[in-house]
Design a binder for this molecule. Structure first.
Ligand SMILES: Nc1ncnc2c1ncn2[C@@H]1O[C@H](COP(=O)(O)OP(=O)(O)OP(=O)(O)O)[C@@H](O)[C@H]1O
Ligand SMILES: [Mg+2]
Length: 313
């Protein structure tokens, strides 16, 4: 059953008037996988997630969710939970009452223990009896996740769930998503936070102007397989520059180092060339003080894959 796909989308298209929001998008998410959706503003992430939740219908393409084709009715497929553009909450009800109302709506009755459990899981126990009206963005996001948990989804769909979360909230949310995935729930989430995606997701799909520009395991974006920019700080910046200039496969990126920090050199390279440079520096008696990618592999891929398309517009 491990290879069972919770989402199988083929050539999904969706337009709003002249705007092509999704242009023949494929997406495959396996059971137990946390799949990240990234892309610039307007790339089509929310539109795609909305289709999964039954909030809209694709113009064309095939969409199977939890093994069944998604029909043309605007209802969330059974077993799917989540939200786009923030969770829908009753402002005048407390967190606990919101969840009780939802449980009643789904025919689960009150089940106070289950409500307490999900509130604890998202870290809202202390404010369980406060009205949602006064909730901050991060608290609303957490309550939305608690509401989704109550339905025991087999597919969880979240649009930018990290928005507004403080470090404690982030820890709770990451814990919840990791647990769900370990139990076999498929999770698909969008985010502009590359660090969150790298911490959570095994696979990502990068969208740009409605098209998939990358989809696959994060390991395919690892520094082993593509050039990255690295900050390099040593005990002897002059020798470092000449050594870097003389090492095959190393390109010095002028003007990329912070202006206030003349000791830093930014070089673009694959890992083997970088190894070569470091060995050369050590042989010359230069001490290495700092060597780190300027941006993470995912962020570098994101910029490389989406920026040219943005410039084309
Ligand atoms: N209901 C709508 N009516 C008209 N145009 C829409 C509608 N929903 C989305 N669009 C358009 O479709 C495109 C994709 O929008 P979408 O909200 O899916 O992007 P996104 O990737 O979620 O962006 P963001 O990162 O800003 O949340 C945009 O050009 C947007 O203007
Ligand atoms: Mg969006």
């Amino acid at each position: 059953m491990d290879s069972f796909s919770v989402i199988r989308a083929r050539a999904i298209a969706k337009s709003f008037g002249d705007v092509i929001a999704l242009d023949r998008v494929d997406l495959e998410v396996a059971r137990g996988q946390i799949h990240g959706l990234v892309g610039p503003n307007g790339a089509g992430k929310t539109t795609l997630l909305g289709l999964l939740l039954g909030l809209a219908v694709a113009d064309s393409g095939e969409l199977d969710v939890l093994g069944a084709p998604v029909g043309r009715s605007l209802t969330a497929p059974e077993g799917v939970a989540g939200f786009v553009d923030g969770p829908g909450l009753y402002p005048s009800l407390t967190a606990r009452q919101n969840l009780a109302a939802l449980a009643a709506l789904h025919g689960h009755g009150k089940r106070a223990a289950a409500i307490d459990d999900v509130l604890a899981e998202v870290g809202l126990t202390d404010v369980a009896d406060d009205r949602a009206r006064g909730f901050s963005l991060g608290m609303r996001q957490r309550l939305g996740l608690a509401a989704a948990l109550l339905t025991k989804p087999r597919l969880l769909v979240l649009d930018e769930p990290s928005n507004g979360l403080d470090p404690a909230g982030k820890k709770h949310v990451h814990g919840v998503l990791t647990r769900l995935a370990a139990e076999g729930t498929g999770v698909v989430l969008s985010s502009h936070r590359m660090d969150d995606l790298e911490a959570l997701c095994s696979e990502v799909t990068i969208l740009a102007t409605g098209r998939v520009v990358f989809s696959g395991p994060l390991s395919q974006l690892a520094p082993e397989s593509r050039e990255l920019d690295y900050r390099l700080r040593t005990s002897d910046p002059g020798t470092t520059r000449t050594t870097a200039a003389g090492t095959r496969g190393i390109r010095i990126i002028e003007g990329a180092a912070p202006r206030h920090d003349a000791d830093v050199l930014v070089v673009r390279a694959l890992v083997p060339a970088l190894d070569e440079l470091v060995s050369g520096l050590v042989r010359s008696g230069v001490a290495l003080r700092e060597l780190a990618p300027v941006v993470s592999p995912l962020e570098a891929a994101f910029l490389a894959l989406t920026e040219p398309q943005e410039a084309d517009r």
